[in-house]
Design a protein around this ligand. Structure first.
Ligand SMILES: [Zn+2]
Length: 392
């Protein structure tokens, strides 16, 4: 199997709002068909510009906030100040579309299922096939986003200051007026920067977009190879049902995984349920040791990955390489949706060291230059060893 050749086909900019993400899905399906691997497609409503729309709405609210502060309308300013965190929490934590559904298109999860007779458990292996390019790199972005709580608080304090100004002279003198003017301007500038972080990708030229070779092309290739090997009987799956889930929409806040979970586990609770676990793949096929992430989350709540899974995968990795897995602190990825549905989950990948490590993703640095074929092959072997270790 020409793993490098397959990755080369996938490693093109394929953001969720592009035509190329559809071409990538077509390529994956054609490849599976050519190998006689059966699959189904799960359609879902994709909101490809989620971050752009949320960021733009927050910016508009911040401008309204500024106007109400300048015009000394504390009640309206307070409503605006509350609207921003409410919007972020509803969209990014509760996964309820408010403004993000203004632009919709069709998304596709590609699912391969291998069912075992008398199965006693199911393992879902997941990887997303969409890519993303960000306006700021992740270090610049983190410098901005870490101020979100402070600016939310500042937004709430300014209307209170204005309320006090109606009662006490001190809060409405000239100094106070200048100060509230300056601070509310800062609020607007800050949410402008957040908007660029969220939605600035629309200003990026096609030639400057991430190829998504490592995030998350390598993981997709790993799972395609795993599907082929299982289909051709090279993996003893025993009494384990194996599901291979290739999601779209991960880069626009885990929409493919969210849809999969809602359609499969939340809407049909009557389905006979086997104990199910998730092994999610991110950043597979760059340099370095195998790693797993301790925590996963989007914005506020972070879940802890399953210790038992970490132990079992570590065992497999030791068997293959002689090394123990390393741990990274936290990540935002599809496994968050499984954790939220109480399914034991873990995300594994490669450390990227020597090299850019966890840096350089969502930019042109995520190219074939970072690809390490040997590591990808080792990941396939590790996952197969892990499956076969279930003595059933
Ligand atoms: Zn990713």
């Amino acid at each position: 199997m020409d793993l490098t050749g397959i990755l080369q086909k996938i490693a093109i900019p394929r953001p969720n709002h592009s035509e190329s993400v559809k071409q990538t899905a077509e390529y994956i399906k054609e490849l599976l068909s050519s190998w006689n691997v059966p699959f189904v497609v799960q359609d879902f409503i994709l909101r490809p510009h989620m971050q752009l729309l949320v960021g733009l709405t927050a910016l508009i609210i911040a401008v309204l906030f500024f106007i109400f502060v300048i015009r000394k309308k504390p009640l309206f300013a307070l409503i605006m100040a509350l609207a921003i965190p409410a919007l972020l929490i509803i969209e990014f934590e509760a996964f309820i579309p408010v403004v993000s559904s203004l632009i919709q298109t069709a998304g596709e999860n590609i699912i391969v299922s291998f069912t075992a007779p008398n199965a006693v458990q199911e393992i879902i292996f997941c990887a997303h096939y969409d890519s993303k390019t960000d306006f700021f790199d992740h270090i610049e972005r983190a410098k901005i986003y870490k101020w979100i709580p402070q600016f939310i608080v500042l937004g709430l304090l300014l209307p209170i200051w204005l309320f006090l100004g109606k009662k006490f002279k001190f809060f409405s003198n000239r100094f106070s007026k200048t100060l509230t003017g300056i601070l509310s301007t800062f609020v607007v500038i800050f949410w402008l920067l957040v908007f660029l972080g969220f939605g600035g990708y629309i200003f990026i030229d096609k030639k400057d977009q991430s190829f998504g070779a490592i995030d998350n092309g390598g993981s997709v290739v790993t799972l395609l190879a795993l599907a082929k090997d299982i289909n051709e009987g090279r993996v003893k799956t025993g009494k384990t049902n194996i599901t291979i889930l290739l999601t779209q929409g991960e880069e626009v806040t885990l929409q493919g995984a969210d849809s999969y979970i809602k359609k499969r586990f939340l809407k049909t609770p009557v389905e006979p349920k086997l104990p199910t676990k998730l092994v999610n793949l991110e950043l597979v096929g760059q340099n370095g040791n195998m790693i797993y992430w301790k925590k996963v989350g989007v914005f506020l709540k972070f879940y802890t990955s399953d210790e038992k899974l970490a132990e079992q995968l570590n065992k497999a990795w030791i068997k293959i390489s002689g090394n123990s897995m390393d741990m990274e602190k936290k990540i935002t990825d599809d496994s968050q949706r499984f954790c939220a549905a109480d399914i034991p989950s873990i995300t594994v990948g490669h450390s990227g060291i020597p090299g850019k490590g966890m840096g350089g993703f969502h930019s042109t640095d995520d190219s074939m230059d970072r690809f390490n074929l040997k590591n990808l092959e080792l990941m396939i072997a590790t996952l197969e060893t892990y499956i076969e270790a279930y003595d059933n």
